[in-house]
Write a protein that binds this ligand. Structure first.
Ligand code: SF4
Ligand code: SF4
Ligand code: SF4
Length: 316
């Protein structure tokens, strides 16, 4: 896939079909990648596809000007479609280089499994439905379901349905819903008071860095409500009540746009389990409205659609 990507990306730039390519290059730390945004075909040989291409690159589409060739996994391609539905991106300005995605490795899980820091690991390789972690020359292998990110364990469309060039054979979903929803189910078993205490503790650690918002492709408002001063929706100080309210409002704003890409939780520097909120909202939107984000570029966005049989008089 990597060779095919480099070939296709070079052709796109050489033929002037795109102004920029957005993909991944190796990161400066072990087992990481970092976004590569370039218009120089000499950079193209730095593009990689591996089990660590974690970022949802569609975030950059609202920032990079001109026609763009973009590497997209299944969830990323749904975010692109969602941006098209919201008229933030024009379909004709994007060439989607689709990656049939086998799931992304969660380094924190790999570290926990072998009890070592990522710097101490020699290698992490994928072999079918197992992951082999080499530490001090010794190989240990684990089922893939123990090493992938939680969101990848309940991924409905790992192969992009919207693409211009598909870089490999379609991949099958890896399903372990129980593990994927484990944190959410633990919350569901709590009493309301216990849940309130849980979130109070979690959001007491929030530093209001807004990384969760800044990585989210569904958060594209030019001016976020947190920066409004008239009215001031939430205090700029990192009080837990305001931190919690920020996430509640953010979740409402991304309802019907969130593709469960998992980026917000991954980006949080203090490990607040934000996916327990976003995935719950994703499921509520699916159950109540039969709507899934980014499935159909011609469909109206969730919050602008209505049906004559709507329950609310206000809408009818
Ligand atoms: S959610 Fe699906 S498409 Fe996205 S990274 Fe995980 S497996 Fe890949
Ligand atoms: S809310 Fe989180 S999981 Fe949903 S699209 Fe945004 S970054 Fe991805
Ligand atoms: S990324 Fe984490 S710490 Fe930063 S604002 Fe979001 S929840 Fe708070």
């Amino acid at each position: 896939m990597e060779q095919r990507l480099r070939h296709e990306a070079k052709v796109l730039l050489e033929q002037g079909k795109v102004d920029h390519i957005i993909g991944f290059e190796p990161g400066s730390l072990k087992f990481t990648t970092t976004p590569l945004i370039t218009k120089d075909k000499d950079d193209i040989d730095r593009l990689v596809i591996n089990p660590f291409i974690v970022n949802n690159l569609s975030k950059f589409l609202t920032e990079v000007k001109g026609r763009v060739g973009i590497v997209a996994k299944g969830c990323d391609s749904r975010s692109i479609v969602s941006l098209i539905q919201d008229k933030q991106v024009a379909r004709e300005d994007v060439v989607i280089l689709g990656v049939p995605c086998p799931g992304i490795i969660d380094l924190s899980k790999a570290e926990r499994l072998v009890g070592r820091d990522r710097d101490e690991l020699d290698d992490i390789t994928r072999e079918g439905d197992r992951v082999v972690i080499t530490v001090g020359g010794e190989k240990k292998d684990f089922p893939i379901t123990e090493v992938l990110f939680d969101n990848c364990l309940d991924c409905e469309l790992p192969t992009p349905q919207e693409y211009d060039i598909l870089l490999g054979e379609p991949s099958s979903p890896i399903s372990d819903k129980a593990t994927s929803r484990k944190k959410i189910e633990a919350l569901e078993k709590m009493t309301p008071q216990q849940r309130w205490e849980f979130w109070k503790n979690e959001f007491s650690r929030c530093t209001k860095c807004y990384a969760c918002r800044d990585v989210c492709p569904a958060c594209f408002c030019e001016r976020c409500f947190v920066e409004e001063s008239e009215p001031q929706w939430i205090s700029p100080l990192p009080r837990w009540q305001d931190n919690f309210m920020f996430q509640v409002i953010r979740n409402i704003h991304v309802a019907g746009r969130c593709t469960d890409c998992g980026e917000c939780e991954r980006a949080c520097p203090v490990n607040i389990p934000l996916r327990s909120l976003t995935k719950e909202m994703y499921d509520i939107v699916g159950d109540l409205f039969g709507f899934k984000a980014g499935m159909d570029k011609e469909a109206a966005p969730l919050l602008t659609a209505y049906a004559l049989e709507e329950a609310e008089d206000l809408i009818r």
